[in-house]
Write a protein that binds this ligand. Structure first.
Ligand code: UDP
Ligand code: MG
Length: 321
């Protein structure tokens, strides 16, 4: 695809009306100072305040501003997804609408993508201006994400300020709450050169955070687990379930042999043979064989599902000659 602009700025927002004019002015100032061609895509995620009126006003006076308005609040990931779908710049920058991320970082991020060959550059809020209740769990979260994803050089997976080569955003599908793991999604899609840039961070000026609750940690870990599973076994579910099922079945088989042997030895010695059900091995055999069978069934079902899945042969092809 021929890119229409140097840069597309994608801004997901939910009730950020006060911040928008200032953010817009700031982005424009940076773009003009560096002579970039650009578009700004505001994705209004079902705001109930005046955000949409502000966006309409900006779009009316400036053709570089595009707005997308959701009928209701879907979440940050769906907002990014729609922004990515609309983006037409050769580099896509995402940033939060709340003025916590600084547009002054854009030129350097752009340079890292276009000149240093990065596919994705994530911001790193080394010095954060958020309450401790946010920063401490975030450390733990990032350490886990680094391990599971194998992207060892990222300190801040969930930073809202990121830059992407356009191919990246067109080849990944951000859904649910997966915006926390976009670098992992990109890696799974085959984009290997992922970097990081220390960025300035500021305290929120207006409004308050939309991600305060604690359940985001539970959900965050579950999402990480699904991504890991999809990455490792998504295309071959039988390999994991079949493996576990075989182990279970083998254990069950050994237990059956033990139970049988005890009985036979007793019979051949002429001693009174104990009941099969009085042996613990009997119960081990019972449970492991049932579990083994169920794991196999899960594996076969997984294979049937992935054989019928629409995206089963959806490989990311980079080039053809
Ligand atoms: N956001 C969104 N939809 C939501 C929640 C948040 O588009 O359902 C936007 C929000 O308006 C902001 C960005 O996502 O532009 C980051 O949210 P926030 O600043 O509340 O998160 P924090 O910086 O506190 O982690
Ligand atoms: Mg914020």
């Amino acid at each position: 695809m021929e890119a229409k602009y140097n840069i597309s700025v994608v801004v997901p927002l939910y009730n950020e009306a006060e911040s928008l004019p200032e953010l817009y002015d700031w982005i424009v100032r940076v773009m003009q100072a560096h002579g970039f061609t650009y578009e700004i895509i505001f994705v209004n995620d079902g705001s109930t305040d005046a955000s949409w009126q502000v966006i309409e006003g900006l779009a009316k006076k400036d053709a570089c501003v595009h707005g997308i308005k959701f009928r209701r609040n879907y979440g940050k990931s769906p907002a990014l997804f729609c922004g990515f779908r609309a983006a037409q710049g050769s580099v896509v920058i995402t940033m939060d609408a709340d003025l916590q991320d600084s547009p002054d970082e854009i030129p350097e991020l752009y340079r890292m993508i276009t000149e240093e060959g990065y596919d994705l550059v994530s911001g790193y809020k080394q010095k954060r201006y958020d309450p401790l209740s946010k920063t401490i769990p975030t450390k733990l979260f990032n350490a886990t994400a680094r391990r599971v994803s194998g992207i060892k050089n990222l300190h801040d997976f969930n930073c809202g300020l990121k830059a992407y080569r356009i191919d990246v955003v067109k080849n990944i599908e951000v859904y649910g709450e997966m915006h926390r793991y976009i670098p992992y999604l990109a890696k799974n899609a085959g984009f290997a050169k992922i970097g990081e840039k220390v960025v300035h961070h500021q305290a929120r000026k207006f409004g308050k955070t939309k991600f305060g609750g604690l359940n985001r940690f539970v959900n965050g870990y579950l999402d990480l687990l699904s991504l890991w599973f999809m990455d490792s076994f998504g295309l071959k579910p039988m390999h994991v379930f079949g493996f576990l099922g075989s182990i279970m079945f083998f254990l069950g088989f050994v237990a059956v042999v033990v139970v049988g042997a005890i009985k036979l030895v007793a019979l051949s010695n002429g001693t009174p043979a104990p009941l099969v059900t009085s042996s613990p091995y009997f119960y081990i055999a019972l449970t492991t064989m049932i579990l083994g069978t169920q794991l196999f069934v899960a594996g076969f079902l997984g294979e049937l599902i992935s054989r019928n899945a629409e995206g089963r042969n959806d490989y990311k092809i980079e080039k053809e000659v």
